[in-house]
Design a protein around this ligand. Structure first.
Ligand code: SF4
Length: 330
């Protein structure tokens, strides 16, 4: 079995919202989320905008302090650690954001952008050492070394995203959160960046959490998929099973609006998605209850448990699958 580097248990991230005098409500952006990740593996996290995907990614690598739960990174719980104690873990966990332009300092040259994390974490000290490492990283992400003398605005969107990836690699991370890394790019460039990420993972055995609203992209990149809705995982499992035979009504709904690969065909929209609510103090029942066409009476009474399906580690949180019940898979 592959080595597990990340175990997340009942992770919670709540944001307080003041609603009146002494009244506080909570936006439960991540609520009791659990999963594991092996070295060299990609977990794709899919869901609509506002489902809590980005908050999950940022909380797992401790850019946000969790409200509760555990984050075992190489066996050590980093969830309760104070800021100072996190420094030694920061270099092992990196993030690449959607928009490479706003994530790169426009006043810094590429050499300094990529070299800075090396300096901060003491991975290279002399100027020559940093320059030589930057050259290697540029080569690894498919850019010529002359690029190091330029500023971000002198590069194309795809080149900037390659720089963001090189910066993330500068600290030799074991885990990278990829937060919609290709959403801001043209389709032809997207494919190049996805293939580059795959190649890097193959060489370095890095674990990825790949966040996207794009099912086609997540399917291409991920070994396993977690479907997130209003702060909770509603379905998880191997990619081919979740995409090939979605079980949770929300997963079915998402997959029903995936564009056909053939551009001459119409987009296959068979469901009216409606709008998800924000999970502000949600009642302890299924969070999908107001959009679900399969709803049972129990769905308005209590939250569904996570039900294991088969032997592949697949789970689905839906009353339709409790006590041996199944639903027609369309
Ligand atoms: Fe629909 Fe009930 Fe399943 Fe929720 S638990 S997705 S409301 S059937």
């Amino acid at each position: 079995m592959s080595e597990i580097i990340l175990e997340v248990e009942n992770l919670r991230k709540y944001f307080p919202i003041k609603t009146g005098f002494k009244q506080v409500r909570y936006l439960k952006a991540v609520d009791n989320v659990s999963f594991t990740l092996a070295r060299g593996e990609t977990l794709g996290v899919i869901g609509e905008s506002g489902s809590g995907k980005t908050t999950l990614g940022k909380t797992v690598i401790r850019l946000y302090k969790p409200t509760g739960g555990k984050i075992l990174f190489n066996g050590e719980d980093i969830a309760p650690l104070p800021r100072k104690a996190l420094k030694k873990y920061r270099k092992k966990m990196q993030i690449v954001y959607q928009d490479p332009y706003s994530s790169l300092n426009p006043r810094m040259r590429i050499r300094d952008i990529i070299g800075r994390p090396m300096k901060i974490h003491g991975l290279a000290s002399t100027r020559e050492e940093i320059t030589s490492r930057v050259k290697q990283l540029l080569e690894e992400v498919g850019l010529p070394s002359e690029v190091m003398h330029r500023f971000p605005h002198e590069l194309s969107g795809g080149q900037r995203q390659r720089i963001a990836i090189a910066r993330a690699l500068a600290t030799e991370p074991e885990l990278i959160v990829l937060d919609e890394p290709t959403s801001a790019l043209d389709v032809s460039i997207q494919a190049q960046i996805l293939n580059l990420l795959k190649e890097i993972q193959r060489k370095r055995n890095t674990a990825y959490i790949f966040i996207s609203h794009d099912i086609a992209v997540v399917s291409y990149m991920s070994d396993r998929i977690a479907v997130m809705y209003m702060g909770v995982f509603v379905e998880t499992g191997p990619t081919r099973e979740v995409i090939g035979e979605p079980m949770h009504p929300y997963t079915k709904m998402l997959i029903s609006v995936v564009p056909e690969p053939d551009p001459t065909k119409k987009i296959r929209v068979t469901e009216d998605l409606g709008e998800p609510q924000l999970p502000i103090d949600p009642p302890p029942i299924c969070r999908f209850h107001d959009r679900c066409k399969y709803k049972l009476p129990v769905c308005d009474e209590k939250a569904p448990p996570k039900i294991p399906i088969g032997e592949s580690g697949r789970t689905v949180a839906c009353w339709l699958y409790g006590k041996g019940k199944t639903v027609e898979r369309n």
